[in-house]
Design a protein around this ligand. Sequence first.
Ligand code: KG4
Ligand code: ZN
Length: 343
Amino acid sequence: MIILGIESSCDETAAAIVTSRKEILANEIFSQLNEHSPFGGVVPEVGARAHLEQIDAVVKRALSSAHISLSDLDGIAVTTGPGLIGGVIVGTMFAKALAMTTKRPFLAINHLEAHALTARLTSSIEFPFLLLLLSGGHCQFLIVHNVNHYTKIGSTIDDAAGECLDKTGRILGLDYPAGPQIEKLARKGNPKKFILPKPLFNHHGCNFSFSGLKTAARQLISTFSTDDLQTKADFCASLQLTIAEILVNRTAHAIDIAQNISPLLKTLVLAGGVAANQYFRSHLNELTLKKDFEFITPPVALCTDNAAMVAWAGVERLRLNLVNTIDFEPRPRWPLEELKGDL
Ligand code: KG4
Ligand code: ZN
């Protein structure tokens, strides 16, 4: 089975070709960073226009680098939400046109499900597993029972971890997205230099809260000059350590909760853009060793937004005959737990 995947829900226009044998035949990404950087964040209208300009060329590049033609495809998968609706509409309309003209199945992919299933493209992990999904806008624990079947057991009650990193980074004078730069600067810093709050630490359950940390970070940053590179690095290291400790504490609770619900569960999967962070990966890996859990996280390039994950979700769904009709409407909001009711 050969699937074309298209991703345009945020600031990357991407197309990939993936097979049911877990081969990534092409994985093309056009990043809109240059378009958005003058504004210090993603501007939805600018993004939608750039997706429209790029999508045709990006899909053509994916087909030609995989050395296949449209007639070789078994299905067309596209992110139909959640995300910035202008971009999602561009990708969805393009994919629908391709599906209609090639008479191939149309696969409406939830972006979060694409992140969630990526670990199955890059490893042999079976269901069920516990997922910690950390992206720019999402921060949640889910039990992944199967394709199309998720139970949320905890989430942020305010900001996502990625949002906290990006917004704090902006105050530090870093470009969007700040996560990777904070990770880089933190390598040269002293993580014990600044003490930051850890909201909900040790609290019952496995919810997160990051808005208090963001506010405290803003106040602390106002006490030093962001031109002082060593202090900036110390601050990044302290912020990263604080978030890592929060993630470990909440995940320890989530593992206990998930095992109560699903005793067979023995694997933690970390996914989403923030999962690219090596420091968070190694802290969570240590926790899973203590908990006698397996730890799986996709390679960095498949953690941040890409279309291979969308194509792979298409493979998983087509295998189960979870095909959508062409009138499927794009959704700006689309919680994973609602997937089951969609077919
Ligand atoms: O999944 P993703 O690429 O896009 C969304 O679906 O939101 O996630 C983007 C988020 C941003 O907040 C970005 O700062 C963060 O992932 N991120 C990182 C790293 N790479 C990306 N955060 C920390 N360390 C990184 N290396
Ligand atoms: Zn994402």
